[in-house]
Design a protein around this ligand. Sequence first.
Ligand code: ASP
Length: 596
Amino acid sequence: MRHAPRANTYRDAWAGDLSADRCGTEVRVAGWVHRRRDHGGLVFVDLRDRTGLVQVVFNPETAPEAHSAAHALRSEWVISVRGEVVRRSEETVNPDLPTGEIEIRVVAVDVLAEALTPPFQLDEDVAVDEALRLRYRYLDLRREALLRSLELRHRVVAAMRGHLDPQGFLELETPILTRSTPEGARDFIVPSRMQRGSFYALPQSPQLFKQLLMIAGYERYYQIARCFRDEDLRADRQPEFTQLDLEMSFVHEDDVIAVSEGILAAAFGAAGIELPLPLPRMAFAEAVARYGTDRPDLRFGLEIHDLGAALAGTEFKVFRGVLERGGVVRGINAGAHELSRAELDRLIEFAQSQGAGGLVWAYVEEGGGWRSPVAKFLGEQEIAAIGSELGASPGDLLLLVADDEGTASLALGVLRLELARRFGLAAEDDWKLVWIVDFPLMEWNDDEQRWDPLHHAFTSPAPGALDLLSTDPSKALARGYDVVLNGTEVGGGSIRINDPDVQYRVLETIGISRQEADERFGFLIEALKHGAPPHGGIAFGLDRIVALLAKQESIREVIAFPKTATGSDPMTGAPAPVEQKQLRELGIKAEGEAQT
Ligand code: ASP
């Protein structure tokens, strides 16, 4: 820590800050018994505070009282010790410990609190069952890895704030008890006691409030905002998570992108990583064609290629059939990796699990021919044309999918990631950021048989897109932008609609009538009629950014008190049934058995 503690009866120095230049002086340190070694004669304790560890030594000869107290000490007891900083003898220097050159020769010890035996080891980075970790999160938080991740989280947030303040951004809070917000997930709702039968919704994001702040003329807003979405928690989500949310007035896409890049550079800087700017940009359609996703991981190649031209007029029934019914044949050059038949079968199963009918494999031989189950069905020229499209060399493994476009693209996109994982192609400390732009405005929701906004309904259509809404909404583009880091979306935003008629039009396209629009978002639409400047913004997934920078797989590793995959907190027992009396006050009857 940067500042020495204010000296008091407990401490006048941080344990982890002590070094040889304090030798010969007396210090007081306070913290937890990290480890204790009793050698019969001397007792050694590693004392831990937030800054680190220091070894303290109890000597029966020089401090008999402290020494006898030290016999009783156990792991995680809270103590304060006073003693002299001394240099360790050459053989006992610990080069792995920042304070390993010195130790404290204890004069006096105060036991401030005893502790139960911890349910898991805190002094070593051992694997512990996550349910147990969450049940005793305050102990888990004592462990080094989690502490470092949360320190990093703090530094990232501080860097973001430090970057935004000088640029005139106001940090403002928006309500937690509010009305349904439109991010497309299910709301958490909170019953109102004073207005029985009515409910608040927790915000899925501050989207509408930040737009209202722009209409109010606040120009530049940001917030470290908690967002709540009641979704099934597959894929490492949390029911509540944190965004860096911002909005600006009188701006175009480039303005928001420029501010965003500065924020990202500041956040990366806080983790000691230099980010070269500006970041590259890629159109949505290109990302999907080349990588099978709008979240491409650009740390490795393995690009998807369309083989339609190479196969024009093919006699091979399977490929011809797919192409004739408007499907595609696409492929990846997986490189020179010799896989066993069993491994190839697993790749086929993998592609099928992604919905593809099958996966064709081919090994390129010397001379350009193929060793492949389909080699005999393809002409020499076709094999050569596919080879040249995929940049194939002898030894390379080619993987092809013939299917409708969406399925082929998705399957190859996921296969690409799987291959990179198997072949170890994605370096952990390679940071590939890319803006995805030119998003479609709408996407077809097959289950509901209607158009959904790809981002959200307040995103401005691109020039010319409005006319397409009545003819072919699939072709309408949006003024949206996402930023993707190593295959994960870490931020997204858009230029917003600032014209109430356009807002109605977009809502109508997604099946929300004027009347319903007025009921649900009337306050925003009305505000748009009171002089709304052009405005736009973005939100960054703070948990995800910190997790990536901390090289943690899960955002739970960078959240002090996260929830499990079923949205519960094993420590507090939330969510929990409430008293009948509370329900009565709210005018609510709980259906079914409460789960305890
Ligand atoms: N409110 C959006 C979200 O949470 C971000 C934005 O458009 O600024 O995804």
